[in-house]
Write a protein that binds this ligand. Sequence first.
Ligand SMILES: Cc1cc2nc3c(=O)[nH]c(=O)nc-3n(C[C@H](O)[C@H](O)[C@H](O)COP(=O)(O)O)c2cc1C
Length: 190
Amino acid sequence: MKVVALNGSPRLLGNTSTAISVVLDELNKNGIETEHIQVYESHISPCNHCNSCEIRGDGRCVIEDDNMNNYLDEIKLADGVVMASPVYFNSCTAQIKMFLERAGRVCQFGNFPLKDKIGAAIAIQEHSGGSNAYAELVNWMLCNQMVVVGSSPICIISPKISLEHEKSGDAVILKTVANNMTRQLLKRNL
Ligand SMILES: Cc1cc2nc3c(=O)[nH]c(=O)nc-3n(C[C@H](O)[C@H](O)[C@H](O)COP(=O)(O)O)c2cc1C
């Protein structure tokens, strides 16, 4: 079983990476293989509404000079997907938004290849807008007919809290998400 995390931060070693690492480490402890993808590394282009994905319906985007199709291939092969983004002006980042729009359109016209996969979202909020960014990521997964797991409180993480503290509230939330994902994944493989 494998879970792929998509990181929407342009900072490769930022707070989003740290939060994702907590989730992926916990998944690893539970015996699940993981991969961490930083969408910024590929400078994903925006959707140009060419409608090729609708015409071809093959689940691929016509723009082949970035890694969007490769990332999509990775999550199509995965059993679970973690979508994570820092909050930028009360929203998720432009970097991940470009992925969401391109991949979402391609999947919509490609027979929903992510349907029934287990998803989870993480938003990193310094002061405000976390609910909005979190909802954007969750809504994208729901539009793709995925099954989204959560936590209580929901996974909106503060960059100020040290995740190294095993018992910090944020670490507990992130590990809860990982364990809820694990349980759903294991149920399917009974
Ligand atoms: C352009 C920009 C806009 C931001 N807007 C918000 C915001 O609306 N709300 C908020 O809580 N934090 C905001 N932040 C702070 C980031 O969410 C915060 O620094 C976060 O930890 C960055 O994640 P990273 O370390 O993974 O890059 C903004 C940061 C930048 C660079």
